[in-house]
Design a protein around this ligand. Structure first.
Ligand code: GBH
Length: 462
């Protein structure tokens, strides 16, 4: 009998970044401390019926008061990088005017401790927590919000530019625009196709303006990036109607951001598809040039793929009218606790597509992970074999994409901690560290030990 060779390793390139990711509203808590004012997610989560069980981020994982403990956990894991987000309403509470020093101090302490631990800070400026006052003035469908965002980016860069290694302007503007303003499943909960498209454009504009503000304020060399949740969308068949359904979702899900940011143009098929919704007159001369200010890398978040056919879907939808032409097909096979299909090939597919479409743009997987119903047993062990299997398969897909020539520089596991999972509240756990929300006790899950081992080996055991 031969024993499996457990020393054989699928190695990743030298210098590959191994990280974990979180977001401010999902972990910090301290919602009313040190001058922080409400964001749209505070308002939304306090609105009955919007978030499961009426959960809010008031306390969350109490990271605001436990940052040292959480940095120590990451040091134990051996991560090279940590991706977190800066809460705009902590730094510039009304979305206008000067910065609040106490808000900035929190991120100074966090980045100091990370650097002492040898962990590179990767900061996202916008992970969905718009100051409520800016929403009251119209939010992202209003052009002014893009200018407010760029000013905040400049303030953050002035204050933290000497200690943050990578700056990401936006996290998943698709979710913020189309779930926030299109189907209303996310804050601020508005349901208008035209507002979703206006918001998408102002995210592109705000991103470009923020890139300019960051470049002006940051020391060289600093890395400037943005993170998109690109949809892996496959046609159910080769029938032209099904292929066209996939094209529509690719336009309103992916190219609505990729074309302005990387090519300085609007996707003309999307403009045609949405002729009954808007004439796009909110796009002004020069906007697309601004939006396409060069970035140093593209972050992508991947969880699962979708399959579509000709047909129709429910409304209100996030798809800005495409739902009248598109049906989402139920995929067979295993699913996570989110009910999302598990399909690691989708990640390979996406990375190889970007290799071809965006030559010269380094790629970083800024989120990937899974929710499962794991639990802490009395001995203190948290067993999560399904999460380990998911992570293993997806990292193997990244490794295959690198072999196939995709320039993938790093992988950030979502998430370090169990946290506030947006509309699902605390009912879904994505962490590799279990959080008992009654006591705030942290316990490494088996997946955390597994990830530490992967990082230590520089790859996967085959
Ligand atoms: C990310 O969102 C977030 O950045 C992060 O904060 C969050 O906790 C994490 O992932 C887990 O949810 O809307 O019909 O296209 C990912 C959100 C989930 C949005 C899958 C798109 C596909 C269904 N994405 N979703 S549809």
């Amino acid at each position: 009998e031969t024993r499996p060779d457990t020393t054989a390793t699928l190695r990743f390139p030298a210098g590959f970044r191994w990280g974990t990711a979180t977001a401010a509203y999902q972990i910090e808590g301290a919602a009313a401390e040190d001058g922080r004012t409400p964001s749209i997610w505070d308002t939304f989560s306090r609105t009955p019926g919007k978030v499961r069980n009426g959960d809010t981020g008031d306390i969350a994982a109490d990271h605001y008061h436990r940052l040292s403990e959480d940095v120590a956990l990451m040091r134990r894991l051996g991560v090279t990088d940590y991706r977190f987000s800066i809460a705009w309403p902590r730094v510039q509470p009304t979305g206008r005017g000067p910065a609040v020093q106490k808000g900035l101090d929190f991120y100074r302490r966090l980045t100091d401790e990370l650097r002492e631990a040898g962990i590179r800070p990767v900061a996202t400026l916008y992970h969905w927590d718009l100051p409520q006052e800016l929403e009251d003035a119209g939010g992202w469908p209003q052009r002014e919000t893009a200018y407010r965002f760029a000013e905040y980016a400049g303030i953050a860069a002035e204050a933290l530019g000497d200690r943050v290694a990578t700056w990401t302007t936006l996290n998943e503007p698709w979710c913020a625009a189309f779930l926030g303003y299109g189907n209303g499943v996310h804050a601020p909960g508005r349901t208008s196709a035209v507002d979703a498209l206006r918001a998408a454009h102002h995210f592109n504009l705000g991103h470009g303006l923020a890139v300019q503000a960051l470049r002006a304020a940051l020391p060289e060399p600093s890395e400037v990036s943005l993170t998109l949740n690109l949809h892996v969308v496959r046609a159910h068949s080769d029938a032209p109607e099904d292929v066209d359904a996939a094209r529509r979702i690719d336009a309103v899900g992916n190219r609505v951001f990729l074309d302005p940011v990387f090519h300085g143009r609007l996707p003309q098929d999307l403009v045609a598809d949405t002729a009954g919704v808007t004439d796009w007159s909110f796009v002004q001369d020069g906007d697309l040039r601004t939006a396409s200010a060069p970035v140093d890398s593209l972050g992508i978040n991947y969880y699962s793929p979708a399959e579509v056919a000709a047909g129709s879907s429910e409304s209100p939808s996030p798809w800005a009218g495409a739902e009248r032409h598109v049906r989402f097909v139920d995929l067979p096979g295993p699913r996570t606790a989110m009910d999302w299909p598990v399909d690691a090939n989708g990640l390979h597919e996406l990375l190889v597509r970007l290799r071809d479409e965006l030559p010269g743009v380094p790629l970083v997987v800024t989120e990937n992970g899974a929710a499962y119903d794991d639990y802490a047993d009395p001995s203190g062990q948290v067993k999560d074999p399904e999460r380990v299997a998911y992570l293993h398969a997806h990292l193997a897909a990244v490794r295959r994409a690198i072999e196939d020539g995709a320039d993938v520089r790093g992988y950030f596991l979502w998430s370090l901690l169990d946290n506030f999972e947006w509309a699902y509240g605390y009912s879904k756990r994505f962490g590799i560290v279990h959080v008992d929300f009654a006591t705030q006790r942290r316990t490494l899950k088996d997946s955390a030990r597994w990830y530490a081992d992967v990082i230590a080996r520089g790859g996967l055991t085959a």
